[in-house]
Design a protein around this ligand. Sequence first.
Ligand code: PLP
Length: 373
Amino acid sequence: MTDPYLLTPGPLTTSTTVKAAMQQDWGSWDNDFNAMTADICRRLLDYANAQTSHACVPIQGSGTFAVEAALGTLIAPQRSTLVLINGAYGKRLASLLDRIGRPYEVIDTGDTAPPDPQLVAQRLRDNPTIGYVAVIHCETSSGILNPIDAIADVVAAEGRELIIDSMSAFGAIPVDAQQTPFLALVSSANKCFEGVPGFGFILARRDALEASAGRCHSLALDLHDQWHYMQKTGQWRYTPPTHVVAAFLQALQEHANEGGVAGRLARYRANADTLIAGMRQRGFNTLLDDRWLSPIITTFLSPTHPAFDFSRFYAELKELGFIIYPGKLTEVESFRIGNIGHLDTSVIEQLLLAVDTALANLGVDNCQPAIAS
Ligand SMILES: *Cc1c(COP(=O)(O)O)cnc(C)c1O
């Protein structure tokens, strides 16, 4: 029995060669392992054209650990952060600030609309105590792609600092630190770079990192100390997820072989186009307007047909070899299908046939939602 395809935004389906890279054990202090970490950091900075301005600091744990490390270390405690929310991950930024006791305010545009850069600029002009703006790049709960370039422009124009949670976008959506100024960009191993879960990383401006000594609320998540120790010794401060790091280096090599960010984006876009066209042909509607759909993940409204039941639909698809993702929205019934991971349009075509089988087994012959989007 082969593994099911994970049509989820991470952990996701990885290549057999990425999995095979985890067969070797590494000493966390050994030069060969340290060279892998350095190589990874160099490549990640290259992808964002950030070698001269930023440092790459990896941190153990899932993506949220890296976000908490970035917020806790880089934000000066007395300055407020404006959090741009349009879904669950934006809300998580606000909860993190809440938990670590940092002042913040929010602009919440709901589940289906991006933040308006002009309103952000207005808020910054109105409130000089705001020092930072935090934004999600691709809000994975709906799939919406936020306009971070335009946001970065207004944040820079108002003399503030930008923190980007690019967890589910970096590696597939181009970012250039010289064009899109940011204090920090946070991502993780198990999303668009197609590694396995175990660590996140932060591209942080060097001057800000240097100025952040002693600020973090947490010992284990202190980004400054991690960076400092790594500079001095080449090693992670505490035990690194060695096998995950080895797999990630292999994943980065495969990313480069595919043509880097442009190659990966082209494959994800083809996946998304095939998925959306196929689902619409079957009567499903997307949550978002076309102009906000991302190539990363797509949210579909649940059919109102009385025989449609998400947990049964999920189980039928799983039986056929596909794991999809429940919705994360509060207002409407929905589910999500990821376009990322080691899979191409031939897998999406197979998934669409599996959707037909699942719907037939459920007895659903009409996939219209309650409200058309
Ligand atoms: C995946 C993700 C995270 C981190 O989630 P973890 O479960 O901690 O890995 C954060 N932000 C966004 C936008 C994400 O997609």
